[in-house]
Design a protein around this ligand. Structure first.
Ligand code: GFB
Length: 315
């Protein structure tokens, strides 16, 4: 439906894990990938974003730029998560519209859904219940992004679409123990405990919440698939279709890293939403399936961490 051949695609957020993976995959296609570093373009600066887009006039825009973080960062910096994400997405979407860009993919998150949504979570359960308090700020901003795409489609006929990735991991992730998501945190903890011959590592919360994980390269291929084939106002879940408890994830990470000590729980830290498994059938029906199992993805991510520790974010 949207042939990428010969097109120019602006990937906003190419220095982040998701934007980086999308830009890498697009570079293998017969299209031009446009990027701008934070020094070249501050996405919080509306006038700068409007001017940049007007001058670049890409054929398509991928909104992968966002202020992201794990459960504690979301909980501790609500204003940053709400304000920055709202501003980044409104600047980019309005700029794209003003510059006559007719194709745009906006990326959200599985935390947009109600805390107690029926599992697996269907796309149409959006806005049917209260959000998970630890990440409602980020979720509200991402819901606004979906609504912006729908509004520009409805009012101006723009072909703007949204994809909602589940919890992602992979090369380029943030390994800072305070602000990261669970996989890079546990990988680093297990690695450092192994190196120091420690007896145990500590995980946050009870270990019972269940999470679904997807390797970022699978997410990138799903995003490109949507960009090429999907045109409708309902957002599309991007997930693996499987989940596991955090304690089971910790065991798997320890196995991959080769740490044989004990896993201890710190129950003073939040659990967050009890379960967040998204229904994967809509995207599967469009002909996309994930290619990387959790075990293989953890192993290759750990290899990446070992090879890039010095430059890895937060490590
Ligand atoms: O990955 P995570 O921070 O994100 O945490 P969320 C997932 C689960 O792992 C929670 C537990 O139950 C955490 O308590 N956990 C155990 C840990 N040990 C650790 C650890 O050392 N570090 C971290 N970070 N977690 C985020 C949202 O929620 O998910 C965002 O806050 C976004 O808005 C993102 O949607 C995908 O799945 O809880």
């Amino acid at each position: 439906m949207f042939d990428l051949t010969g097109k120019s695609v602006y990937v906003a957020g190419h220095r982040g894990m998701v934007g980086g993976a999308i830009a890498r995959q697009l570079k293998d296609r017969d299209c031009t990938v446009l990027t701008a570093t934070r020094q070249e373009l501050d996405l919080l600066d509306q006038a700068a974003v409007f001017a940049w887009m007007e001058q670049a006039r890409p054929d398509a825009v991928v909104v992968a730029a966002a202020k992201v973080g794990g459960i504690l960062a979301n909980n501790d910096f609500p204003a940053d998560f709400l304000y920055q994400n709202l501003v980044i997405e409104t600047n980019l979407i309005e700029a794209a519209h003003r510059a006559g860009v007719d194709r745009l993919l906006f990326l959200g998150s599985s935390c947009i859904y109600p805390k107690f949504a029926e599992q697996p979570i269907q796309e149409d359960s959006l806005l049917t219940g209260a959000l998970e308090p630890t990440n409602e700020w980020y979720a509200i901003a991402k819901i606004a992004g979906i609504k912006l795409c729908q509004a520009y489609r409805k009012q101006y006929g723009r072909d703007y679409i949204s994809g909602m990735p589940t919890n992602l991991y992979g090369p380029g992730d943030n390994f800072d123990l305070q602000s990261s998501h669970v996989i890079p945190a546990l990988m680093r903890k297990a690695h450092e405990a192994k190196e120091a011959s420690d007896a145990n590592i500590t995980i946050w919360g009870t270990g019972t919440p269940r999470r679904e994980f997807l390797h970022v390269d699978d997410c990138a291929s799903a995003c490109i698939h949507l960009l090429e084939t999907y045109s409708d106002d309902i957002h599309v879940n991007i997930g693996s279709g499987d989940d596991l408890p955090i304690y089971g994830l910790a065991q798997l990470v320890c196995e991959v890293v080769g740490f044989e000590g004990e896993i201890v729980r710190d129950e003073t830290k939040p659990d967050g939403t009890p379960r967040k498994l998204m229904a994967a059938d809509r995207l599967r029906a469009m002909g996309w399936t994930p290619a990387i199992s959790l075990k293989d993805g953890l192993a290759s991510t750990y290899q990446w961490f070992l090879e890039n520790k010095a430059e890895a974010r937060g490590a």
